[in-house]
Design a protein around this ligand. Structure first.
Ligand code: OGA
Ligand code: MN
Length: 212
């Protein structure tokens, strides 16, 4: 999806810093990436969509391979579309557009668009270990996740578990899905999973892609 840059942008050095981290380690983590009011707005819109039944079961695979499978992932999602996005979603999409340009300047990946969805994990839901690239394709190059959960504690579960070395299952890094936390990584380099959430867990998850 193509999005116009917002009038009120984000400090360029923040975005450049993320691009640099991606170059150096393939992973960037930033807390308080957006003001808490924006996060709260995105979260309350997400909860409203869940409560009115407007989210659908997320699937795995694409095209004819698509299937919903709650033994692999149990979140409910709504794809973001600029045409129907709320003002808060537009604001975030605008910042992602600036981030896309910053990453292109730093990594020469030729990222050309963002696709993403709001995701709600009801209590008990998880997403088994996976890579964000569909088999045989490398269209998704950079994963970017923004968490929307205030006061999330370790015992609430729902950790993002990253495996920095795909050949070593024993090594992992766990991250709480804290409101305002942005996690960005090279999609092909980091297998990851979402451990079972014990509370409703909201995020906006997406990918910068290159052309098919
Ligand atoms: C995904 C995913 C991680 C998270 O949607 O592909 O891995 O922490 N999400 O929500
Ligand atoms: Mn993923």
């Amino acid at each position: 999806m193509m999005v116009d840059a917002p009038a009120a942008g984000m400090a360029e050095d923040v975005l450049t810093g993320i691009a640099l981290d991606l170059v150096e380690t393939g992973l960037a983590i930033r807390d308080d990436f957006l003001p808490q009011e924006r996060i709260a707005q995105l979260a309350s819109e997400g909860r409203a969509l869940l409560n009115t039944g407007e989210l659908h079961a997320a699937g795995i695979g694409r095209g004819r391979q698509f299937q919903a499978n709650s033994a692999i992932r149990g979140d409910r999602i709504q794809w973001l579309e600029p045409a129907t996005a709320t003002p808060a979603q537009r604001y975030y999409l605008g910042i992602l557009e600036e981030l896309r340009l910053a990453i292109n300047r730093g990594l020469y990946l030729g990222l050309f668009e963002f696709e993403g969805h709001l995701a709600v994990y009801p209590p008990g839901a998880f997403y088994r270990k996976h890579l964000d690239q569909f088999q045989g394709t490398q269209q998704r190059l950079v994963t970017v996740i923004l968490y929307l959960n205030p006061d999330w504690r370790e015992e609430d579960g729902g950790l993002l578990r990253l495996y920095p070395d795909p050949t070593d299952d024993g090594r992992h890094q766990d991250l709480l899905p804290l409101a305002g936390r942005l996690v960005c990584f090279l999609s092909g380099d980091y297998p990851h999973e979402v451990l079972p959430a014990r509370r409703e867990r909201l995020s906006i998850t997406g990918w910068f892609r290159k052309r098919d």
